[in-house]
Design a binder for this molecule. Sequence first.
Ligand code: FAD
Length: 473
Amino acid sequence: MKSYDMIVIGSGSGALNIGVFMVRAGFQVLMIEKNEANIGGDCLNSGCVPSKALIHISREVAAARRSQEYGVKVSGKVNFAKVRKYIESKQEEIRVHENKEYFESLGFDVVIGEAEFAGKHEVRIGEDIYKAKKILVAIGGRPRKLQIPGIDKLEYGKTYLDNETVFQMNELPKELVVIGGGPIGLEIGQALQRLGSQVTVVQREDTFLPKEHPDVTPILKERLEAEGMQFMMGYSPKKVLTDHALEVVDAKGKKQTLSFDGMLVAIGRELNTMRGLDLAGVEVDEQGRMRVDEYLQTSNPDILVAGDSAGGFQFTHAAELHAQVILKNLFSPFKKKLSWDSFGWVTFTDPEIATFGRSEVTLNNQGIDFQLLEIDLEDEDRELIDENHGKLRLYVSGKKILGGTMIGSGAGELVQELLLSVSAGLTTDAIFGKVYPYPTAARINKKAIQKLYAGKLSERNKSILKFLFRFFG
Ligand SMILES: Cc1cc2nc3c(=O)[nH]c(=O)nc-3n(C[C@H](O)[C@H](O)[C@H](O)COP(=O)(O)OP(=O)(O)OC[C@H]3O[C@@H](n4cnc5c(N)ncnc54)[C@H](O)[C@@H]3O)c2cc1C
């Protein structure tokens, strides 16, 4: 039995952030990955990387089409096989530093096989048992399957698509039905609409993107509709009638039939599980998921959890936050708890929605007094010139930015300094005092903050200024 300082199970974002640090710091680390082709996890193979490569192309195509307004002629159909090639080429470029040999060259031992627990500090792969002081479980999840009558009429990877197959299509479906109005369904749906599919999103609720503020999602919906996407809000898939027809139904029982060549199922993710959790002393909840505390420990304090497996937000950078907590606690007697207070995320539709810090609901629940600063992006010259319609909402208490959300093109980049203000505890003075090159789009951040200071110029302050001006001006 070989012994290690740490075993990391999985090779996605959850495992890599922590594993790579441990190896670089000189610890003996074993990485176990179920399938060599999965190295890099969902993000590289079927998540962030291929979806953002697809979005990149779709934005170029959309911009080319828009340029027709100025007399440029754009014609022809998108060759999806070429799109797929581009996506794969970007994955390959990243795979250069996310593969078995590369990790071995860093100092990992890497074993390919499905890990299961054999004891409190032991993991088994087939006949072999490995032991470690600490074991990190980062086994991610998989797309939830749609289970409705007739679903077996669809061919997986052809007419039934999910994030594990949609990037491998050779042809664009003429009519694509997207089940689910979450970030995955909307990002991929908009990209494929722009490339030439007719996309219809079926969403059970009357709104989409439930984690986003209800003031910003209608702006996105309007934009997506303007590009030709259709929405069946308040409808659920009921029955697959044929391999090209889906029956959907609303809450009152009203039925409609949608035709499609492809159905993209994006109805959420299911967490992977491991065998032998009982042998490891890891408690599970009613659904069989590991119970994970705010230190990212299981009921066995030597078994830690990171990435999607930890529950909570499922993002590549959530795994980075997990790594900050776990690594701090491995080397310090002062234990750090997981906090989402300065966490942010981006939905990469166009316009993007970027949300960060604490939400209005959280602040209200916490009884925190805050001021809402709201501004239309077009109040700043650059956004007006670029026709970047959208808005910024900021939640400020005293001089602290506590959170906010922005919808607009490039919102994910534009909010970065606001997110830094939240995470580093900077005051609004940092933004107010900054001189922004004109005309940069990020000036909108200062413009929003200026509202706070303008409000502060009370009649009393104005009288003081007049008094000072008289003597010193
Ligand atoms: C379409 C899509 C787009 C996304 N876009 C973004 C984005 O833009 N930004 C963002 O931050 N996040 C995005 N995400 C989310 C992001 O991909 C995940 O949060 C992240 O990949 C999770 O990493 P992980 O390490 O927890 O799990 P994974 O990356 O899933 O890795 C888990 C690994 O564990 C392996 N494994 C499972 N069981 C075992 C076992 N028993 N033994 C050994 N190995 C095992 C699996 O094979 C897998 O390789 C997206 C996700 C999807 C699906």
